[in-house]
Design a protein around this ligand. Structure first.
Ligand SMILES: Nc1ncnc2c1ncn2[C@@H]1O[C@H](COP(=O)(O)OP(=O)(O)OP(=O)(O)O)[C@@H](O)[C@H]1O
Length: 784
């Protein structure tokens, strides 16, 4: 037996031992879990038998409530411990299959012997609970594995730095408890293993990269210094992967006070949400909150306005021919900028003096306080008070008026009529109150006048409750009409910063606001305005905000998010080359080099997703493309095919898909520029194949052939990608350059670019040795 085989046998022996112990633990916990589960089922089944339900008398109602509460608490406590144990069990099940993936032998300074540290997705102690058989990959000592090659190394323990030497660094592939392979590695964690992981088929769900995290990615995952960490990473450099590993790391590092519900991830679309949803559970952690910025805005303003989605805004942009003179396009740019924010801030200061618009306060159709009265009261309040403080005072004043109204209305006939509509619990309460208030006498009789008074009280309070609530929420302030004034003539200032078509933009804006429609470019500014006007209620429960595809956020949106989460740390991840929204091309993009260097910035330049030829091809038309490094994974050259017309394009498309299917690619994406184009292509393809058309509302996708617009394919990847029509006409400007780059970089193994007519100048720029070029004319269409 050679040295390697001997080592392998020894390691397998250790694996066996560890797996045996894991199985024992699983058995022990399973029995415990089963007992608790039976108990939970039992409690649920007998829930109503174990509580005494009696609603006849008030005392009984109170007793019933207490009994219900006690029973519910008991149940939820059991359910909680059942949940925790089941989670432990899940983790153990995963460890049983593959207990660890790495090892380092580390000799601490001053020690004579190195200790072996085995690293896996969770920690495991030996039987005596004394030594670690496996270290969690997030433990301080595990960072050695990701950060150093064999040789001198150190790591940061809780309060000190530990120095020493790594004498061995090894990687394992263990499946179903069997050691399938093992390598001793240098600095980069297993080119070997990485090659094999990256060479696999694309999945419809993102995978965890825990076993092969690269040193530069580890800097992101374990970063604890920065309040705002900005990651600029080229396409496929592992930004999203690192972000999710970072969530898992933070949950472990701050497990005492950070829970998954204190973390939120803003992602580009719903499809992406589900794409990444399995990574954390795979690592034994609960998912963080996930949302899209659009969904967030919609929950804030959706009941007042119909809100355009960013995708509809994008479709509009992509269909406009002349971007220079289109007012809407100009508005998209301007309203995303900090200049516009300043303009709003200035407008807000003028409102201190004049301009606030209010709504009438009515009750049962009758005017109680007119908007004019509110206006006059508001502007009589001291000028040095802020608007939100003054509004608080108005609330106070209005509530007093409502108190007076209550006194008057209570005596009216309609109130008595409505006492009939009160429910049983109200009557019981009134009776109880009457009994409590009546001095003890032999002959207790219910005083009917008093009873009527109490019942009237109940009715009027019930009816006024919604009005009081609305007042407390400032519904008497007419935010929309106040905001509209910003776009009206009386407020027009002359400024060089205003866009040329400002007048027209103003008209368009007030029209759509009046129709209760918010364009995407108006949504954040409006919400900002509303929040500042009424007083910002910052979210303090979120401790960490992750923003993926951060390049697509405007400077305005970013400032808004900072205001919304003032006490949160933030991790922003993006790629300036994939900026596909018009506002994202501006200089104030948070990821642009020109942006102020006030945040810590980590740059990732190595791309892992695509083969080397694909990375070299796609980076050729990007500014600074020479800085994009490919991970060394071989593959075939991308193919560019120019055809004369759509009919040849359709034939070639079908031909290529057949080709890719024969090569056993499991996810094949036909990426189009717009939704409309996607619909046409999908219709054509569905004559021959089973295809899925992905639109903005798609939540998941299956393996097979999908047709998708480029902007929705953000963040995800496919075995093979076909760009439907990368013609000169379709891809010309900056945004289209980025869109084409984003689309092409979705390919892991193969890329085929069709062009109907002359190919885009961006592809013309690519050195000819970086792709295979075909031109197919009508008369040649039957050849390849
Ligand atoms: N260290 C790693 N080990 C294994 N696979 C990795 C590693 N880093 C990245 N990958 C793989 O590379 C691919 C791209 O990763 P990811 O989607 O996180 O990149 P990204 O920078 O967010 O990409 P994009 O900006 O293009 O959407 C994924 O398949 C991911 O699993």
């Amino acid at each position: 037996m050679g040295e390697y085989e001997e080592d392998l046998a020894k390691e397998q022996e250790r694996v066996n031992l560890v797996v045996k112990l894991i199985k024992q633990k699983i058995n022990k916990i399973s029995t415990h879990v089963k007992t608790i589960k039976d108990r939970v089922i039992d409690i649920r089944k007998n829930f109503w038998e174990d509580v005494t339900v009696n609603l006849e008398e008030m005392d009984d109602v109170i007793e019933t409530q207490a009994s219900l509460k006690q029973q519910a608490e008991f149940l939820s406590e059991r359910e909680r411990s059942h949940g925790q144990l089941s989670k432990q069990l899940d983790t153990l099940e995963r460890l049983k299959d593959s207990p660890y993936f790495g090892r380092i032998d580390f000799m601490e300074e001053g020690e004579k012997e190195a200790s072996s540290i085995y690293i896996g997705i969770a920690s495991l102690m030996d039987e005596q609970e004394e030594d670690f058989l496996i270290y969690d990959w997030r433990a301080p000592i595990s960072s050695l594995y990701y950060d150093y090659p064999p040789g001198k190394a150190s790591y940061q323990a809780i309060d000190e730095q530990i120095d020493g030497e790594i004498t061995l660094k090894r990687q394992y592939i263990i499946r179903q408890g069997t050691l399938k392979g093992m390598f001793n590695t240098g600095l980069t964690i297993g080119d070997h293993l990485l090659q094999s992981v990256l060479g696999d088929n694309a999945d419809t769900k993102m995978k965890s990269i825990v076993a092969t995290i690269q040193q530069e990615q580890n800097q992101i995952i374990r970063n604890e210094k920065s309040r705002i960490l900005v990651v600029q990473g080229v396409a496929g450099s592992g930004k999203t992967s690192a972000a999710l590993q970072r969530v898992a790391y933070l949950l472990y590092r701050y497990r005492e006070h950070l829970k998954s519900e204190n973390i939120v991830l803003f992602s580009p679309n719903s499809l992406f949400n589900s794409y990444v949803a399995t990574v954390l559970p795979e690592l034994g952690e609960d998912n963080m909150k996930q949302t899209t910025f659009y969904r967030y805005i919609d929950t804030q303003l959706g009941d007042q306005f119909a809100i355009e989605s960013p995708f509809d805004q994008m479709e509009y942009y992509l269909q406009v021919n002349d971007h220079q003179s289109d007012s809407r396009v100009e508005a998209m740019r301007y309203k995303a900028s900090l200049h516009f924010k300043e303009q709003i801030d200035q407008f807000l200061t003028t409102l201190i003096e004049e301009g606030m618009t209010f709504r009438n306060v009515r009750f049962r159709g009758k005017l109680i306080v007119s908007k004019k009265e509110i206006h006059d009261y508001f502007y009589k309040l001291k000028g040095n008070l802020s608007i939100p403080l003054r509004l608080e005072k108005v609330v106070h004043w209005l509530l007093e008026k409502i108190d007076q109204l209550e006194e008057i209305e209570r005596e009216k006939d309609w109130v008595l009529e409505e006492t009939e509509l009160l429910d049983k619990a109200d009557y019981l309460e009134v009776h109880q109150q009457l009994e409590d208030e009546t001095p003890f006498e032999e002959d207790v009789f219910i005083d009917s006048t008093k009873e009527e008074e109490l019942l009237r009280n109940k009715v009027i309070k019930k009816r006024l409750r919604p009005l009081r609530k609305k007042i407390k929420r400032f519904y008497f302030t007419d935010v929309k009409n106040t905001y509209i004034q910003l776009f009206e003539a009386s407020h027009q200032q002359q400024s060089d910063l205003l866009p040329q078509n400002w007048q027209e933009i103003c008209e368009l804006t007030s029209q759509s606001l009046k129709a209760n429609f918010l364009t995407w470019e108006d949504a954040t500014p409006y919400l900002y305005f509303e929040k500042i006007l009424l007083g910002f209620q910052a979210n303090r429960s979120i401790q960490h905000v992750f923003i993926d595809e951060a390049q697509d956020y405007s400077a305005f949106q970013f400032v808004y998010l900072q205001k919304m989460f003032p006490s949160s740390r933030m991790t922003l991840l993006g790629d300036i080359n994939q900026a596909i929204y018009i506002h994202a091309l501006e200089e104030d993009n948070v990821l642009a080099d020109s942006a102020e260097e006030k945040h810590e910035k980590i740059t990732l330049t190595r791309s892992y997703r695509s083969t080397k030829p694909i990375v070299e091809f796609t980076s050729s038309w990007m500014p600074n493309g020479d800085k994009i490094e490919a991970f060394n994974r071989e593959g075939v050259l991308p193919v560019v095919m120019e055809v004369d017309n759509t009919s040849i394009a359709a034939d070639k498309l079908v031909y290529k898909i057949n080709d890719y299917q024969a090569a056993e690619h499991q996810t094949i994406a036909v990426i189009c520029k717009t939704m409309q184009e996607s619909e046409q292509v999908s219709k054509r393809l569905s004559q021959e194949f089973d295809v899925t058309l992905m639109g903005p509302n798609a939540h998941t996708y299956q393996k097979g052939i999908i047709v998708i617009p480029a902007y929705l394919a953000k963040g995800i990847e496919f075995d093979a990608v076909i760009i439907y029509n990368a013609s000169h006409k379709r891809y010309q400007n900056e945004l289209e350059r980025n869109l084409l780059y984003t689309a092409c970089t979705r390919a892991m193994h193969e890329l085929f670019v069709l062009s109907i007519g002359e190919v885009s100048t961006f592809i013309e720029q690519v050195p000819k040795n970086r792709f295979t070029h075909y031109k197919i004319h009508e008369f040649q269409k039957n050849q390849r």
